[in-house]
Design a binder for this molecule. Structure first.
Ligand SMILES: [Zn+2]
Length: 341
């Protein structure tokens, strides 16, 4: 979308008149049994971890304001509440919100969990289970970001062209283009390309960024609900359905072994999903699965293995956060892409 329209929309959402409208909607009863599911990845100041890609990090002060709003104006629900609503037809309270975190980054324990606990908000943490036991393992998007930030090379040769790396803007642009390209590749090709790029760029390794098993066990004992998010975090629409089944069941088994009883509830890595994958998860007795498709779920017509979520990123200002939670502003959930892209 053109930048001019983007700016205009951003001003509209932040205007007093629009916010007054949203505030009125926040107090209204839902027009249907609805479930809002928020997705977070990291809560941290991007400056605190310059080796990690910043597009996933919500600042701690913004997260605090968002959770205060959820606690005051909505009804936070637990995973068990949602399982009972979807599978047993037990009603959820009006204005129901489920908070989820993907990827089990270390900053969840530092900055998110204390806030959630203080506000009494239940949370589900989706864990890619090949990571907690191996501190040297880092997500490909973080490694790619760090490699492009730290390299001394003035350009990088890739299958989609040669990108200059002179300025911070060049590096950010190369990162975004390559990230988008990697997501189109079959998993094995993506891995091979990334390995070659790291070698070419001569980058140092990223520090551990995912919670280890001891930390995960502590969080589980304190009330965080852990659920599988695959083992190695491949895009499920870029591997075979059989590999997807093994990744999903494998991560469930890892959590059950390392932490204890684990629900058969899944979040598709980076939202990659296909009909064949949904069928595999159904056959493997998964009860719920969360996509990254944006939207509020109407529980009268929901597919349990294709639940929609509302992703919250660094570009989600509080007025926009508020607007996307009210069903009356449904169209904004599409526009939201404009603000967080
Ligand atoms: Zn993920």
């Amino acid at each position: 979308m053109k930048t001019g329209i983007k700016v205009w929309l951003s001003r509209l959402v932040q205007s007093r008149a629009f916010q007054a409208l949203v505030e009125r909607c926040e107090g209204a009863n839902d027009p249907a049994p609805l479930l809002r599911v928020l997705t977070y990845h990291r809560v941290d100041d991007p400056e605190a971890r310059p080796d990690l890609a910043p597009q996933l990090a919500v600042r701690p002060a913004a997260f605090e304001a968002q959770m205060r709003l959820v606690a005051e104006r909505y009804n936070p629900v637990s995973l068990d509440d949602v399982l009972a609503a979807v599978w047993e037809g037990r009603p959820l309270p009006p204005r129901a919100v489920l908070v989820t975190f993907d990827d089990a980054y270390i900053d969840f324990a530092q900055h998110a969990w204390p806030v959630l606990r203080r506000h009494g908000i239940p949370v589900v943490l989706f864990v890619p289970t090949a990571y907690p036991a191996d501190p040297s393992r880092a997500f490909w998007w973080d490694r790619l970001y760090y490699a492009l930030q730290t390299t001394r090379a003035s350009a990088v040769e890739t299958p989609v062209g040669c990108f200059p790396l002179h300025t911070p803007r060049d590096r950010w642009s190369a990162y975004r283009r390559l990230r988008a390209y990697v997501k189109t590749l079959p998993h094995s090709e993506a891995e091979a390309l990334l390995e070659r790029l790291y070698a070419d760029l001569g980058a140092p390794p990223v520090r551990a960024s995912v919670l280890d098993w001891d930390a995960l066990r502590r969080l589980a004992a304190e009330g965080v609900r852990l659920a599988p998010h695959s083992r190695t975090h491949p895009l499920f629409n870029r591997i075979s359905p059989e590999e997807a089944r093994l990744e999903a069941l494998g991560s469930w088994a890892d959590l059950a072994r390392e932490v204890g009883p684990t629900p058969r509830v899944f979040a598709y890595p980076s939202g990659g999903v296909s009909e064949a994958v949904v069928q595999q998860l159904g056959q493997a007795k998964f009860r719920l699965a969360f996509t990254t498709e944006r939207g509020i779920n109407d529980l009268r017509a929901v597919h349990p293995l294709r639940l929609r979520r509302l992703n919250v990123g660094p570009g989600t200002a509080l007025p926009l956060f508020r607007a996307q939670l009210v069903p009356q502003a449904r169209y904004l959930n599409r526009l939201q892409l404009v603000f967080t892209a």
